[in-house]
Write a protein that binds this ligand. Structure first.
Ligand code: NAD
Length: 282
């Protein structure tokens, strides 16, 4: 039994005592059951949270609606985060249905696949702006709309990756967007802390998802992390979900403006062990 399983068992059947009992939140970024947003949502649900979901467009609705319904969700809405009107419609619906919001999960990113390979130097102005709007600015746009609904305090999280801090293969403009996203987390935390609203990021290790596979050589990065991380493996959806539960629940009541690494410890490594490097190449 994993630590996560034990935590889930402890919470099961406790109703009001569950960590997220009585808490209501909005989850953006489920594309399928391998999405990080889904890992976090299912963990929150197991601990008593009530959830609303958005999907990017009709193509995703087919996958997202049954998943949302399997968690008893009443609110499942379309939302392209680059459209202000879509965001307004979502928050109007949340206000009408719930009148209060406790948390938001932002697990959304996009960049042209052709620029997630080769040189950062070749990033186009158009894709730079699009990547920033969808992958970074949307979090700020969400936070601004969520704040007035978080009348009893709240917690927002977003997803980042090590490529924000250091150069990783082919991450390019997405690394620049994630750096801006991590900085947004700190500024938002400062702006919203007075209203008891916390803002944090999870920097997840490489995971096999739709967005993850858009980055060239994703398999190499996945294997490299697995070989060289202190835990000698990649992290699971379940483990990122547990970190989400921590940051969105009162367990982290004193934590804001942070980027929490959930990557098997890989970010702490400067130079990998020569023994492991040799084993890789033999
Ligand atoms: P995913 O493909 O399952 O999720 C990405 C989501 O972004 C999809 O649901 C997609 O519909 C949504 N999206 C893209 N453009 C959108 C738009 N304009 N409007 C609304 N939604 C839009 O992949 P994932 O890996 O679960 O990605 C979730 C988050 O985690 C992203 O921010 C990603 O950068 C981050 N992340 C991923 C990894 C990884 O290795 N997969 C590692 C660290 C961080």
């Amino acid at each position: 039994m994993t630590g996560g399983d034990r935590l889930d068992r402890a919470a099961e059947g406790k109703g009001k005592g569950a960590l997220m009992a009585g808490k209501r939140g909005l989850v953006l970024g489920v594309a399928n059951d391998r999405s990080i947003a889904w890992g976090i949502a299912s963990k929150l649900h197991r601990h008593g949270a009530e959830l609303a979901f958005t999907y990017q467009g009709e193509a995703f609705e087919r996958r997202v609606r049954p998943l949302a319904q399997s968690l008893g969700s009443r609110l499942v809405l379309p939302c392209d985060v680059s459209r202000e009107a879509d965001l307004d419609t979502v928050f109007d619906a949340v206000r009408e249905t719930w009148d209060r919001l406790d948390f938001v999960v932002h697990a959304v990113a996009y960049s042209d696949k052709d620029e997630l390979k080769g040189r950062y130097l070749d990033t186009s102005r158009e894709n730079f702006a699009k990547t920033m709007t969808i992958s970074c600015y949307s979090f700020t746009a969400l936070a601004r709309r969520a704040a007035p609904l978080m009348t009893d305090g709240g917690s927002l999280i977003t997803l980042s990756y090590l490529g924000a801090q250091r150069v990783t293969p082919n991450y390019n403009v997405m690394g620049v967007a994630k750096a801006a996203l991590e900085t947004s987390v700190r500024y938002l935390a400062a702006d919203m802390g007075g209203a008891r609203i916390r803002v944090n990021a999870i920097s997840a290790g490489p995971m096999r998802t739709l967005a993850g596979s858009a980055i060239a050589d994703a398999r190499f990065v996945y294997r490299w992390n697995e070989t060289h991380a202190p835990l000698r493996r990649n992290v699971s959806l379940e483990e990122v979900g547990a970190a989400g539960l921590y940051l969105l629940s009162d367990l982290s009541a004193g934590v804001t403006g942070e980027t929490l690494y959930v990557d098997g410890g890989y970010n702490t490594i400067g130079i990998p062990s020569p023994r492991r490097l040799k084993a890789e190449h033999d």
